[in-house]
Write a protein that binds this ligand. Sequence first.
Ligand code: ARG
Length: 249
Amino acid sequence: MKKWVALFVAVLIIGTIFSGTLAEIKERGKLIIGTEPTFPPFEYVNEKNEIVGFDIDIAQKIADELGVELEIVNLPFDSLIPALMSDKIDLIVAGMTITEERAKVIDFSIPYFNANQAIVVRGNEGFMPATLEDLKGKRVAVQLGTTGDLVVSDIKEIMVTRFQKFTDAFLELQNKRVDAVVLDEAVANAYVKTFPKFVVSAIIDTGEKYGIGVKKGNTELLEFVNTVVSNLFKSPYDLLVEKWFEETK
Ligand code: ARG
């Protein structure tokens, strides 16, 4: 009987240590985020081998507000949700689109960026697909488990190759083993800027919104993240008005 009680208490303690609640993150002194860094300008590896980008700055802001260090875990995109669900990371900050399917298993912060999909081709061969339909009978590279993967996989006549890294998808395009890459518009623009031989041939209006992923039930952390994100949208003037007028009400 005593053994069981001891075991139960141990499980409870371990549970609180690894549950990634606000209190636990503060105690541990670091916020652990998961991301997949072949997604410029949201997250990519720079010349100094550091993971940087728009999302990383947001994550840093959250860590700063919590008064803890930021630790970044580099994972394949399709491993991020399992990692969050099994408490290996506290947050997903990865340009992740809020979808109904994903929202069944994790929670999302308020949206912080609007996105559409884009078709990228080599550009010097006269193949300029304007719609997804134009990709029928063609070979298309995507990142495994992304919304780009979903939209092309919906059309059965498209031959889809799925990569873990966008850098590999673009290598495949360069080596003419695929005819196009489908990915988020802002990221497509970033790749085209670094590899001018590629062009964006079309934008597919998918009306996506990015959110930060939080484990279901971790409400305190979700609310904290939402406060930090909503404050990002406020001007310094808004923040002053809030400080001196609204808070004194
Ligand atoms: N927005 C797309 C999605 O949620 C692609 C995100 C890919 N992000 C990344 N860091 N590789 O499916």
